[in-house]
Design a protein around this ligand. Sequence first.
Ligand code: GAL
Length: 348
Amino acid sequence: MKSKIIIIAALLLLLVLPVSGCRKSAEAPENDGEIKNEDELTIGVSFDSFLIERWQRDRDVFVDQCKSLGAKVNVQNANGDTQTQISQIEYLISKQVDAIVIVGIDSDALSGVCGKAHAAGIPVIAYDRMIHDSNVDLYISFDNRQVGTLMGEGMVRSGLKNRKVLMCAGPNEDPNVAQLGEGFKEVMAKHSVTIVDEVHALGWKPEYAADYISENIGILDQVDGIMCGNDGIATAVYRVLAENRRAGGIRLVGQDADLEACQRIVQGTQVMTVFKPVEKLARAAAEYAVRLAKGEKLTEISDRMSDGSYDVPYVMLEPIAVYKENMDETVIDAGYHLREDVYLYATK
Ligand code: GAL
């Protein structure tokens, strides 16, 4: 009798083991739940475009840092098109990358695809630009309101005879633009400076600003200065000013510390730019992405920012105002541009 019980128990055990193994293998992630070692990790990164100088730098530093941490990187470039960006993020999900980092083109268009990433167990980082209503695992950027404040202070500091300026800002789809605008407008109001108009360059395309000024050339007789949403816009605006022999007379401010802008600053035809040490941003983002990819929790991040629906973990870096007098101690000492390149046309 006893031997019969043992045989039945053994048979039952044989029946249960493969089923439970089957349940586990059916539900288990690709590697059966063990934490992947670093050299198996792949980080997907989705960029808006590389037309703008700074994003090339962000990409290079981000990829280098991920590789130094042992992770592979799959870089996608949406060339400024939101539908392309969504498709590329879906592609990264289909490749089962271990984390996705996004420079969003349209902050209101990505909650669906971020939801798909989360459903696939893939953490998402909003890089430099918040993504609305998506409960991303981390938003990391500079203090964009402070960028606007620094631009405003640069404008006022340059001396505004008529106390009138024009805003040629970035696109409304980029949430940084509104934050920057708040900071800039607060300084203008504080110093009783009138903003005669505010135009927005769709997709950060500088030609929108240049075309606006060319079509309203009389505005150059009204304003003391033009706030440019980034240095790419400042370059396009500068060319219109130069064509109309106004270069240097109308103050320009921008951001990103593009090489041409830094050259104008030391030549005296642009007041300032806001330097955002993208190496710091890209390096930090790569480290966070690898940690999230490994399944770690970023418990040390206590700051939060609302994405419109959720309070998401937020890491904020400080921007730096760059003028002629501190160009060497900032952009050049940071190794962002070579001194001989910045001073190429300057009369020293
Ligand atoms: C914004 C960013 C700026 C600038 C711009 C494109 O989102 O805040 O620093 O890079 O994109 O030039």
